[in-house]
Design a protein around this ligand. Structure first.
Ligand code: UDP
Length: 359
């Protein structure tokens, strides 16, 4: 069975790392990777391929640093050519970026079958480019792999049972990866009792960075928090560009870090503050509370369980959420993201399709 995988952004490299590994081990899937080029810096791209042994892309489209429309359009043009050339059995897309939507649209117009990993998530905020991408991708996908019960419920409520697609609740592939990292001893907890704790922070969403009012209140709040606890903030290139010459930070920032360093930061921090989708879950995997600087999240079960708090963008609300979450005690022994076999379920599902087709 031939799978054409479309990836282009950091969170997709991370998800593909563990899914590609399992597909390779299956011995019946041959995978061809297309890298759209959406993320391209050494520390946003190559470091993940090297550290996580992701198979090298056969195609790199080098499409980046242009508007949403131009980026998506140019990706569709190039992906269409590759699909016609490679004639895969399935096109596989991850998550909610422009690369996801472009891959799905190019495939659907050629009547190809589409697999969407991380389907069914909703923030219910249609101003977010990610929400547009994920809804449109879900609607034209054939197999929708859902990480959570909430994501399955969303699809059922939207009538997906009548759309002729298959919905599979497989769990979260990032949870599989977190478990794999722990098994490989790639994560070391600092057991020195007196070691200084810190808050791990990432900020990169359009709503946090392009809206100057939000950007100001977020970094004013972080300046305030940094007077009480150290902050480790690996700065996304988009945020770095926006902050440049605009803001005086009271604390030092860092370049984006690789996945091993990130896992160790997660294991050793006292709290996560973020606007990232993936990091909210990783905080939970590493048994850390989280403050999410957004008004909605597609990971609602974390809010319901008290593991995560949405602060919104007001400076005082961000600071107060930090105060609340840094001292909240939680029991993290609950299964929200499957049993660590999300990738195996993907492979088993494809195996079933393969044997049905060869009959
Ligand atoms: N990440 C990383 N290094 C960094 C910042 C983030 O490896 O300097 C990882 C993080 O652990 C998570 C993923 O990148 O697995 C999240 O990506 P991002 O926040 O860019 O995207 P989102 O999850 O919001 O789509």
């Amino acid at each position: 069975m031939k799978i054409l995988t479309i990836i282009g952004a950091r969170p997709q490299f991370i998800k593909a790392a563990i899914v590609s590994k399992k597909m390779k081990e299956s011995n019946f899937i041959s995978e061809i990777i297309v890298h759209t080029g959406q993320h391209f810096d050494l520390n946003m791209d190559k470091i993940f391929f090297d550290e996580l042994s992701i198979p090298a892309p056969k195609y790199n489209l080098g499409i980046n640093s242009v508007s949403h429309g131009e980026m998506t359009g140019r990706m569709i043009i190039e992906i269409e050519k590759i699909i016609l050339l490679e004639k895969p059995d399935f096109v596989l897309v991850y998550g909610d970026t422009n690369s996801t939507l472009a891959g799905a649209l190019a495939a659907k117009k050629l009547h190809m079958k589409i697999i969407h990993v991380e389907a069914g998530l909703r923030s219910f905020n249609m101003n977010m480019p990610e929400e547009i991408n994920r809804i449109l991708t879900d609607r034209i996908s054939d197999i929708l792999f859902c990480p959570t019960q909430t994501s399955v419920n969303n699809l059922v409520q939207e009538g997906y049972k009548n759309f002729g697609c298959e919905i599979v609740q497989n769990g979260d592939v990032m949870y599989d990866l977190a478990l794999f990292m722990q098994k490989m001893n790639s994560v070391k907890e600092d057991d020195k009792k007196d070691s200084k704790k810190f808050v791990l922070c990432t900020i990169h969403r359009e709503e946090s960075t392009d809206n100057i009012k939000n950007l100001n209140s977020i970094f004013n709040a972080l300046n305030r928090i940094s007077r009480e606890v150290d902050i480790f903030l690996p700065l996304h290139p988009r945020t770095k560009a926006k902050l440049k010459n605009n803001f005086n930070l009271n604390f030092k920032t860092h370049e984006p870090v690789g996945y091993f360093q990130m896992a160790n930061l997660l294991a050793n921090c006292s709290l996560v503050i973020t606007d990232s989708g993936g990091l909210q879950k990783e905080a939970f995997f590493y048994k850390k509370n989280c403050v999410t600087i957004r008004e909605q999240t597609e990971w609602q079960e974390l809010i319901n369980g008290g593991f995560n708090m949405l602060s919104g963008y007001d400076e005082n609300d961000i600071y107060n959420s930090f105060r609340e979450m840094i001292s909240r005690t939680n029991n993290f022994n609950v299964d929200l993201y499957g049993n660590g076999n999300a990738c195996q379920i993907i492979v088993n599902t494809l195996l079933r399709y393969n044997s049905q087709n060869s009959k």
